[in-house]
Design a protein around this ligand. Sequence first.
Ligand code: PPE
Length: 313
Amino acid sequence: MTKSEVIWMNGKLVPYAEATVHFLTPAMHYGLAVFEGIRCYDTTKGPAVFRLREHLQRFINSMKILGIEAVPYDLGTLRQAVHATIRANAFESCYIRPLMYMAEGGLGLNLDNLVPAVGIAVWDWGNFLGDEGLKKGIRAMVSSFTRHHPNISMTKAKISGNYVNSVMAKTLAIRAGFDEAIMLDPEGFVAECSGENIFLVRDNTIYTPPRAIVLEGITRDAIITIARDLGYRVIEELISRDQLYSADEVFVTGTAAECVGIREIDYRTVGEGAMGPVTSALQAEFFQTVIGKGERSAEWLDYVQSGESVQVA
Ligand code: PPE
């Protein structure tokens, strides 16, 4: 992880060391923040952000789900801010983290007394599950922690407090010697991983859990679209844990993790125990797309425009 020079804080680019918040920031006490995870890729036409508008729309939707009526910045302003932050840090490729946090208003549980603020950081971040995992596939366990109930902490919003659930599942999986945790929904069906959506392949058909119980991953949508473009049938339906055990292939998708195969689940080898042919084909097309060489690149890449350089405060 290479840290950046500047971070965008409420309309201004400030030096990294000055992008700080106070101990009594309400977001820290109750997890009252929402975030996005976005990637910018190095393409032949310069840095380009993958599906920036969709990510920013989900960012705004997360705020709405949390209950914020007056969203502090509109999508166009946030888009310009993302571009300016990448430009100012001169990254060719990077991970982008916008965060809305309840910044002021004292403590107490009424959102309407609190004032939101927004920051955007970028940094250099390689594949989340490692380069070896990308090539060979990873090992996962089904977590004893249940994924969110749709009417408790909401499944569609990237609310910071919701991520305690993911952190507990991921930490347990790593401590137990696995790479990732697969989480079941409150009914016991497969939902998603701590930070990725999940798919299985059986007889060349691709299956993934329905949207109601998971985060509507933008990579999930991209992979479904790419799979259909390549002629695969994709079915969204409930999946049981044992369907994972007997699948030909299982893979996960996410901005940080990109598209990675799972070669072993709960000490059972998945398929041949290596990245399967369908996962390979999808991963290859995904990586072509994000660097500007895929059928969908023009539609999905938002090239970082050379614009006015924003003054560092
Ligand atoms: N499910 C969860 C729970 C999740 O956090 C993510 C993204 C996804 C699915 C995939 O969504 P998308 O990125 O739109 O394809 N997880 C982000 C956070 C990772 C982190 O460790 O922080 C990410 O991949 O950026």
